[in-house]
Design a protein around this ligand. Structure first.
Ligand code: ADP
Length: 588
């Protein structure tokens, strides 16, 4: 208490928190941070938004949303990003169901399904059609054959994703369920990802049967959305974490473990799914980020809690259904007291999971801890990547020096020594079980009373297993470099030409006229199917497609990921050489 009284409190603007307000308030009370429910004239340390980065105009501090996240995780954009990654790394990205974008890929969908059926006559698939930008199961339906797509009406105006339906999900109590896991994207550059150790499992309310023409329309059997199943007479509200229609994920894990399932392997598969998915999303996010918060200009830093919806297959393989930019953080639910009379009642299961996620997110982004860490990094840069070897015994401080210079020197050394010793203690606590978590700072009053962090760092902790997948990130870096005027997300024809020229990609076989044709062809196609018509020019995905084309042309015999890697290295080399030349000319 005395410690926290001495510290000026962290200030949080909660005026735009919307439905996450209750959980946020509880978290702030636990941390004893200062809430500004109606906003504040002076800047706050943290802005908590319910919907988007743009809810407030902010120029400093930290905000809990990234610009462009909602657009990046929309069903169509996510499907495209996953397909790009699957084209590069088919084995690594097989956790996302095969998907097609409607209406433009309808012919492809029909042709591929026919081909797959011809090659495997016993394959009797079901597909799920999901409108883009939809949520809570809105407009979703199942079909057995591509010809069943309802092309009339909405599909032309409202594009959709059609996806292979997972017919054999894992059942608990004969019911289908999915998992909502909370993932914290703490930073984009450098990439930092945390996963909450507990999540929610949302249950269907009709016993599951594999899809047949007769049961396809039974939403309470096939769709796990809480917002749908709550309307079923079978929905069970429960205050206990391991019964009812909404339970904690940990209670499911306990149950699976008691059945002899390999829960450790399941967790490691889930971690890998989450990291790979975020790696697929980061290129697009970086384009939005530089456009909204140009480097060198004042702006907030961002973090975001994402909701991952995951389905477990019978063999315990996790499958990604979707990523939510604004997962519900509500901790109460509506209850019908008498016909037509509703009341909000607390939901202990939601509160247990969601308050911990919000509170621990705040603990991880605590600006006061960050200031302390930054100060340490300034003095001893090795601390940041934890390469610094602490060897305080090697420091020898000589006492009894008379002259001014030596006095100063010995004082500096003794300060260093104190600093090393303090760090030594810190390092010790990092070796404790649950490594990868930030150690609680014992100097912080309220922290001492809090449980250990529910968020586990998975990146950069496991970076060495996944970094080879970050190819599109490097393509995006090239794209951003040639965007030119800040504030745009699309590349104009001149920018594309400059990219080709600077990287020396044009030659007698690939003239500048051919470059222009490539630009026009790909850009026109992407813009005709795009959702974003605000800007003209080549979007990142179109650039990625053009880049893959160039890579395939240049490095013929290699697999795609090697072709792309070779072209990235070629371009990076050319640009570094050009940059070097410019520096020399600049000096000359
Ligand atoms: P929404 O954003 O509308 O909730 P989702 O993609 O989460 O859309 O799908 C809604 C529900 O449909 C999921 O919670 C899940 O129960 C079911 N579902 C979605 N995709 C599949 C799939 N490929 N296979 C099996 N079930 C699925």
């Amino acid at each position: 208490g005395a410690e926290s009284a001495r510290r000026p409190g962290v200030t949080v603007d909660s005026s735009k928190a919307k439905t996450s307000l209750e959980a946020l308030k509880i978290s702030l009370r636990q941390l004893r941070w200062k809430e500004f429910p109606f906003g504040r004239r002076l800047p706050c340390d943290i802005y908590w938004h319910g919907v988007s980065f743009h809810d407030n105009n902010i120029f400093s501090g930290q905000v809990n949303k990234f610009p462009g996240m909602t657009e990046t995780v929309r069903k169509i954009t996510l499907s495209r990003a996953m397909r790009t990654m699957r084209d590069l790394f088919p084995l690594e990205y097989n956790f996302y169901p095969r998907s097609w974008i409607l209406p433009e890929e309808l012919p492809l969908f029909v042709a591929e399904v026919r081909m797959l059926k011809d090659s495997n006559p016993s394959w009797k698939p079901t597909f799920i059609v999901k409108p883009d930008g939809g949520c809570q199961g809105d407009g979703i339906y199942l079909i057995k054959d591509p010809s069943d797509i309802r092309l009339t009406g909405s599909i032309q105006i409202r594009p959709a994703v059609v996806q292979e339906y997972i017919c054999k999900p894992l059942l608990v109590d004969k019911l289908k369920f999915d998992i909502r896991l909370y993932v914290l994207l703490k930073s984009l550059e450098p990439l930092e990802i945390y996963i909450a150790k507990d999540g929610l499992s949302r249950f269907c309310t009709e016993p599951y049967q594999e899809p047949t023409l007769k049961n396809l329309h039974q939403v309470f059997m096939h769709l796990t959305n809480y917002s749908l199943n709550i309307h079923s007479g079978n929905f069970i509200h429960s205050d206990s974490a391991n019964t009812g229609s909404k339970r904690t994920f940990s209670s499911i894990l306990c149950r699976l473990s008691s059945r002899g399932a390999d829960v450790k392997k399941l967790w490691s598969d889930i971690i890998s799914l989450v990291i790979k998915t975020i790696i697929a999303l980061t290129p697009e996010l970086k384009v939005y980020y530089q456009s909204d918060i140009p480097a060198g200009k004042p702006g907030p830093t961002c973090f975001q809690i994402l909701g991952f919806d995951i389905l477990l297959m019978k063999d315990l393989k996790p499958v990604l259904l979707e990523v939510n930019a604004n997962p519900s953080m509500r901790i109460e639910h509506e209850q019908e007291l008498s016909p037509g009379v509703f009341e909000n009642v607390p939901s202990p299961v939601d509160e247990k999971v969601k308050v911990a996620v919000i509170r621990d997110t705040l603990r991880l982004i605590d600006p006061q801890k960050k200031k302390k860490k930054d100060a340490q990094c300034l003095l001893y840069p090795g601390i940041a990547d934890r390469k610094l070897q602490l060897k305080p015994v090697k420091i020898q401080v000589k006492y009894g020096m008379k002259d001014k210079q030596h006095k100063h020197h010995s004082l500096k050394l003794s300060l260093k020594l104190k600093f090393y010793l303090k760090l030594g203690l810190c390092q010790g606590s990092e070796q404790a079980p649950g490594a990868g978590e930030e150690p609680p700072d014992t100097a912080l009053g309220p922290e001492a009373a809090l449980p250990s962090l529910c968020l586990k760092q998975v990146f950069p902790k496991y970076a060495r297993h996944f970094s080879y997948l970050r190819l599109v990130d490097r393509v995006a870096a090239l794209f951003i470099r040639f965007l030119g005027v800040k504030g745009t997300t699309k590349l104009g024809p001149t920018g594309f030409r400059t990219f080709i020229r600077n990287c020396k990609l044009s030659n007698s076989n690939f003239s500048m006229a051919a470059v222009d044709i490539l630009y026009i062809d790909i850009t026109r196609r992407w813009n005709s199917m795009g959702i974003d018509h605000k800007e003209s020019g080549m979007c990142l995905q179109a650039f990625v497609e053009a880049f893959f084309c160039l890579a395939q042309k240049k490095y013929k015999a290699l697999p795609l990921h090697k072709q792309v890697l070779s072209l990235i290295e070629f371009c990076e080399c050319r640009l570094a050489a050009l940059h070097g030349k410019r520096l020399v000319w600049g000096c000359g």
